[in-house]
Design a binder for this molecule. Structure first.
Ligand code: COA
Length: 415
């Protein structure tokens, strides 16, 4: 069976997390992703947070599956010529260098476009054009400047970053969509284009509902589904909402049996309006169904804290999985707080290829997250990440360099 992006050649100058997540996705869809790295060192994550001495880290191996690796010094005059020849024959160049680095190498958009007018040049940067465009940015910086940190955490605590890598992997996802869209447009116009995703923009896109709330706050001064509502403790900006649901279906994290010793013995419980009657029945409060203080969503809003405390008396008597099983019988939306250990061991995630075990020649077997996007006509087979420069000779041959040329390039340190 063919793959969706078969025949698309990608020159992958990405490193760390944001760019590599993007090109890994494209590789899973069948693109030929050629990771171009500096000889001797390569992507800095190869040796970051190493768990086995001298072996590529999980950080690297989990973000660079299905790619090939070549080493090339793009600041060496011969290396530059190699890159020019590769640009002429490739479809996409992806990079997430610090601002200006590609230009300083001599590979401006104008130069690349002249070499190959069909080339798509895709970049992740921390910020878009404006006062901060020259700044370097990492994950948590993006979460802070994109509106996530100020709206995450509890209102009596400091701003908080999330464990989900929305700045890096989130931006990588955005960039991947930009690239395939540009490829699609190219089939009509024959022209390449630049694709830019700023991490601040990517995070803000994921925090869209919080900008919605800012405007509701500006207009009304309160937001009834926020935990601050009963005491009207609102300032000028969207506050941190703890574990409250973002939409109009109030929810909270509640303790389950064993919470005293297990940090993840909790469940997310949503008091969805259509199943309110069932909730009252399950938790042993049938009188709440008709009671004017509880019967309607509006009546419940100022009492959510007390309502969740009452529900928690019930959830505390059962494990999170027992609570889940009972609530699902009544179609009450809920979700256990799963630890990474539980997720890693979950058989259904293995069956769908969402968690995959991969074999690596130096580290042996390891787990990685497979492709979360399932295409029925383009299945994903996750293959291990490449060793540094593993495919240099093979790739250069495909781009038209003969053995003597490759030997000469090696002698001058270009590869
Ligand atoms: N051959 C020769 N030189 C190479 C090379 C190669 N194959 N690959 C990289 N380099 C050079 C670059 O040209 C650059 O040189 P310059 O500074 O002289 O122009 C240098 O290596 C360092 O690259 P840079 O991207 O600036 O790395 P950094 O460690 O200084 O910064 C980041 C790292 C992540 C902060 C920065 O790349 C960045 O802000 N990227 C955009 C946002 C982003 O993606 N952040 C999230 C990362 S998960």
């Amino acid at each position: 069976m063919g793959k969706a992006l078969e025949g698309v050649r990608i020159l992958d100058f990405t490193h760390v997390q944001s760019g590599p997540t993007c090109t890994q996705l494209l590789a899973w869809f069948g693109a030929d992703v050629i990771k171009i790295e500096r000889a001797g060192a390569g992507d800095v994550t190869r040796d970051q947070l190493r768990d086995i001495p001298g072996v590529d880290s999980l950080y690297f191996t989990m973000l660079n599956s299905n790619k090939r690796s070549i080493t090339l010094d793009t600041k060496n005059p011969e290396g530059k010529r190699v890159l020019e020849q590769m640009i002429e024959q490739a479809d996409v160049l992806v990079e997430n260098f610090a601002p200006g680095a590609l230009d300083r190498m001599g590979f401006t958009w104008e130069h690349i476009h002249k070499l190959n007018p069909k080339m798509i040049v895709a970049s992740v940067k921390g910020f878009g054009p404006g006062p901060y465009e020259d700044c370097k940015v990492y994950e948590n910086v993006a979460q802070c400047v994109g509106g996530s940190a100020s709206t995450t955490g509890f209102d009596d605590g400091p701003p908080m970053v999330t464990g989900a890598q929305i700045g890096d992997s989130g931006t990588g996802l955005h960039l991947a969509l930009g690239i395939v869209t540009a490829l699609y447009q190219r089939t009509m116009t024959g022209r390449g284009q630049r694709v830019l995703t700023a991490m601040q923009d990517g995070v803000l896109n994921l925090c869209r509902v919080k900008l919605r709330d800012q405007q509701r706050l500006d207009r009304n001064g309160v937001m009834e589904e926020y935990p601050q509502y009963p005491n009207s403790e609102f300032g000028e900006a969207v506050p941190r909402a703890g574990n409250a649901s973002g939409g109009g279906q109030p929810g909270w994290i509640l303790k389950c049996k064993g919470w005293e010793t297990d940090p993840n013995a909790y469940i997310y419980f949503i008091t969805q309006a259509p199943v309110w009657g069932s909730i009252c029945k399950v938790i042993g409060k049938p009188e709440w169904v008709e009671h004017p203080d509880y019967a309607t969503p509006k009546a419940r809003l100022p009492r959510l804290k007390q309502i969740f405390a009452t529900i928690e008396h019930w959830t505390e008597t059962k494990t999170k999985f027992e609570v889940m099983a009972i609530l699902n019988e009544y179609h009450i939306p809920c979700g256990p707080i799963l630890s990474m250990k539980e997720i890693a061991e979950e058989p259904s995630l293995r069956e769908t290829g969402t968690i995959v075990e991969v074999d690596h020649p130096e580290r042996g077997k390891y787990l990685t997250v497979g492709n979360p996007i399932k295409l029925s006509d383009s299945p994903t087979h996750v293959e291990r990440s490449p060793l540094l420069g593993e495919h240099t000779d093979e790739v250069l041959a495909e781009f038209g360099f003969n053995r003597q040329q490759v030997t000469a390039l090696r002698e001058v340190g270009a590869i």
